[in-house]
Structures are given as structure tokens and as C-alpha cells.
Design a protein around this ligand. Structure first.
Ligand code: PEP
Length: 260
């Protein structure tokens, strides 16, 4: 994992027409010129297999938006980790605030999912971050560490090796308010320092993403920070022309940093 990772989280959006248009344009306009960025698409579950076929022979990967804690059996409506593997998924998003709020997922469930994903050879993307109230109470660091600790309580530090942590302040998601870059950097550095205090090697193998109202206009500030290894993009990934401009801009900016 060395390139800047950009993940398009389509959430509960899209249909075959949207997918055909978006994937065709991504293949036509950007995938052959991706030198500094890795791209991954997180569509709704039912389109994963279809998109996997469209993405064959490209470097673009597939991300799932969720997984069940059970691996098989009588769990109507659920999708297992083996099914995700079967349809070609590489990354699985867990702990997203929308799942915490609308589906009552707590740290315990999220930690079980994290361990399951990792133990099955896929890469968990653990989303964590504070609410606006928690931020006002200066609880950001405490909340992030609690979310990491709940995983460590059920496993050990090795479980974090080669995984992804996405810092997503909840108040910044889909709100148009993105967090101040110094605060983002401070929080990510704090999390890194905490993990480093437990194991200074493993922390080097964790990718740290930021997510929260990133778009083509504010993208530059996130590219300048070496602490950020990639971005989770929601709303701005739904309009394909904007998303393509965003990825092209990221390529160009990272290229200019590398050559200066
Ligand atoms: C998200 O939901 O993970 C996200 C980052 O969304 P948005 O870009 O719309 O804030």
C-alpha cells in the first residue's frame, strides 16, 4: 500500500444506467493514467458482481459498504465475508457513522466485523470520528481511541497490521463542512502515536484516510498532508464529471509534489 487511495462511496445510490455511465467514463478518462492514486468503488451490494466484471483488467478495486458478522446460516437479508470475496471485493467499510446511527451498530459489533474481515484476507476500512457534541466537549481523541480499543479487546495489536483507518468527523459527513486541516492532522497523529506506543512497526503498515465533504475545490488541502494516505468520498463521487476532475487533480498535484 503506497499510492494515495481514493474510495468512492456511492452509499444507497445508483442503478445500471448510472453504473454503466460512471464505470465507462472512469475507464475511458482516468484509469490508464493513474500513477499516484489507487481507485476503489463502493457500490450498493447487489451491483458488486456486475461491477467486478466491468472492472476486469483494470487496476480499480471493489469496496463493500458492509458485511455481516455471521459467515452463513439463517440470517435473512445479510451478506457474508465469503460472498464478498467471491464477487471480488478487496476492501470492506465498517463503522461508518450512517451504520452506527441508522442500524444501531456499536463498537462491539464493529470490532467483530473488523476481525472477521481481516482474518478472511480482505482489508477492513474502520471509520471512526466524533459527533459535533463530542467535538465541543473536546472528546475527539477519547472517542477515536475507544473505537480502536474495542477491536484490541477482542484481538491483539497484529489485527491492525495492513488495515485502513478512516478518520471521519461525523459532523463533516455530507454536511458541506469539512474539518480544519490542522485538527485532522492532530487527530490522525494522535491515533498514530497511540498505536505506535503499542507497536511501532504495525503503525507503519496502516493507511490513514480522511472523509467528510471532500470535493474538487477543497481537495488540495488534504493532498498536502503526509499524514493522510487517501480519501473517502461520498457526495462528490456521485457526479461522475466532478469525480473524474477530482481524481485528475489529485494525480496532477501529487505528481507536482513528487517532482518538486
Ligand atoms: C462518507 O460518507 O464517508 C463521506 C465522506 O461522505 P461525504 O463525502 O458526502 O461527506
Amino acid at each position: 500500500m503506497t499510492k494515495f487511495l481514493i474510495i468512492a462511496n456511492w452509499k444507497l445510490n445508483g442503478n445500471y444506467k448510472f453504473i454503466n455511465k460512471n464505470i465507462n467514463l472512469i475507464k475511458k478518462k482516468i484509469y490508464k493514467s493513474l500513477y499516484f492514486c489507487n481507485l476503489s468503488i463502493a457500490p450498493p451490494y447487489i451491483y458488486l458482481g456486475y461491477i467486478n466484471n466491468l472492472l476486469k483488467n483494470t487496476s480499480i478495486s471493489l469496496t463493500a459498504q458492509n458485511v455481516d458478522i455471521h459467515t452463513k446460516g439463517s440470517f435473512t437479508g445479510e451478506i457474508s465475508i465469503k460472498m464478498l470475496k467471491d464477487v471480488g471485493v478487496k476492501y470492506v467499510i465498517i463503522g461508518h457513522s450512517e451504520r452506527r446511527f441508522f442500524h444501531n451498530e456499536n463498537n462491539d459489533i464493529i470490532s467483530k466485523k473488523f476481525i472477521l474481515i481481516k482474518n478472511n484476507g480482505l482489508i477492513p476500512i474502520l471509520c471512526l470520528g466524533e459527533t459535533e457534541k463530542q467535538k465541543k466537549r473536546n472528546e475527539t481523541e477519547k472517542i477515536c481511541i475507544q473505537q480502536i480499543n474495542s477491536i484490541l479487546e477482542n484481538s491483539n495489536i497484529n489485527i491492525l497490521n495492513k488495515t485502513i483507518i478512516a478518520y471521519e468527523p461525523i459532523w463533516a459527513i455530507g454536511s458541506g463542512k469539512n474539518a480544519n486541516i490542522n485538527e485532522i492532522q492532530k487527530t490522525i497523529l494522535f491515533i498514530k502515536k497511540y498505536i505506535s506506543s503499542l507497536n511501532s512497526e504495525i503503525v507503519k503498515n496502516i493507511y490513514f484516510l480522511y472523509g467528510g465533504s471532500v470535493n474538487v475545490s477543497n481537495l488540495d488541502i488534504f493532498l498536502q498532508e503526509k499524514t493522510i494516505n487517501g480519501l473517502l468520498i461520498g457526495k462528490a463521487s456521485l457526479t461522475i464529471e466532478n469525480f473524474i476532475s477530482l481524481v485528475k487533480k489529485a494525480e496532477k498535484t501529487i505528481n507536482s509534489f513528487n517532482s518538486s
